[in-house]
Design a protein around this ligand. Sequence first.
Ligand SMILES: Cc1cc2nc3c(=O)[nH]c(=O)nc-3n(C[C@H](O)[C@H](O)[C@H](O)COP(=O)(O)OP(=O)(O)OC[C@H]3O[C@@H](n4cnc5c(N)ncnc54)[C@H](O)[C@@H]3O)c2cc1C
Length: 461
Amino acid sequence: MSRSRVVVVGAGFAGYRAARMLTRVARDTVDVTLLNPTDYFLYLPLLPQVAAGALEPRRVTVSLSGTLPHARLVLGEADGVDLDERVVSYTDPEGGRGTLAYDRLVLAVGSVNKLLPVPGVAEHAHGFRGMPEALYLRDHVTRQIELAAASDTPQECRARCTFVVVGAGYTGTEVAAQGQLLTDALVKKRRLPHGIRPRWMLLDIAPRVLPELDQHLSRTADNVLRRRGVEIRTKASVKEATKDGVLLDDGEFVDTRTLVWCVGVRPDPLVAELGPPLERGRLLVDPYLNVPGHPEVFACGDAAAVPDLEKPGEYTPMTAQHAWRQGRVAGLNVAASLGKGERRDYRHKDLGFTVDLGGVQAAANPLGVPLSGPLAGAVTRGYHLAAMPGNRVRVAADWLLDSVLPRQAVQLGLVRSWSVPLDTASPELARVPDDSHDVPDDSHDKEKADQGGRPDQGATS
Ligand SMILES: Cc1cc2nc3c(=O)[nH]c(=O)nc-3n(C[C@H](O)[C@H](O)[C@H](O)COP(=O)(O)OP(=O)(O)OC[C@H]3O[C@@H](n4cnc5c(N)ncnc54)[C@H](O)[C@@H]3O)c2cc1C
């Protein structure tokens, strides 16, 4: 009997787990191919710690071929799916084209930065959805502190060490919390002139931080951040971004060179082009994670609108917790569709949430129990270690080192501003020029700044 071909597109929480499940339960009858632009699974919840220099970048990655030895890894980005011919087309990292034929398809392509139609934001803000953006932010923040320390005027110094984060969901809140600790550590080594201190602002249009999470988490995060001096502006938004700063909706202009855009995510644009019905950009599936009308196609994670059987009428939120468990069900249901086992519906009750606020602080409500302070910090780190599919010892070792050694105040400058645009369908990849002449116009100024020289004009991003 010929073996069935299963193609899993995307190796994040959902796709990684689906491929792992399939290679466990149906390895003898199924060939699993995993298509992903990178050779690693990225543990996104720890990315803010990479941006803050608490964890080295490779710690939050898990090798795909190292941990999924029975799946075939194809490096590339899917750019089309022919649902009638059952073929996925993709571009590999060197620009080559390829196709993958399938008998079953799992779409788990995740999400990308959400844009809002605010003038100047696409040009001057950066998102926080992938490794390149985290590496960029760490270097950029370090560089701003270095440039601020050497600046001629208090105005320039203040602008360079003012950091504005828009969106106080868990991503924005963690980025501001971790970023503030990083800049505090940086200025301890290198005092700023005129008695200036780094200033972090966290803005949200909602009336509280972590608006989509439980009140306890919100209160705890608010207290910790305010105590550390982070300016929290609720019911506030950005009207315009320029290279010199941001104009808030109340008319205040904030001089800054840093605008981090964390207003949320939208499903990967790939799913919008497929044809089947969408729910707010997510591919609509049934409770078995099947795309209606296409019994051979499954979707899960951020890219799929999965009915929440625990909250009838709603769809499951875009969280790692759901994506990871949906991946398992997708794997089992693909196997069931090929005659191995019984299919099951997706049902999961939230087990609570953890928000790492840096240092020993966190806000958590595991199984509904409200925790804060160092206990929440320990639970949060324990949770992440347990949830990571690999690299736990290295992560724990970095945490240990970070608790006893000062942060390294160096910027490698390898990821440039233009290579991490906010508006991208591929936040997991840094943009590269097509050839040596194809460097965007602004690169020369930014490069000078990257090398510690003074750009001809300030760059907000
Ligand atoms: C900074 C940050 C912190 C977070 N913290 C938490 C948290 O604490 N708790 C929580 O529950 N959730 C958290 N989340 C949300 C959580 O990470 C996502 O909900 C989860 O990653 C969704 O899983 P996924 O598999 O759908 O997508 P992802 O994990 O994003 O995986 C998508 C995969 O698809 C690949 N891909 C994309 N496009 C293509 C393509 N065209 N072809 C091939 N492959 C493609 C990507 O490279 C990636 O490997 C956080 C998110 C961010 C950004």
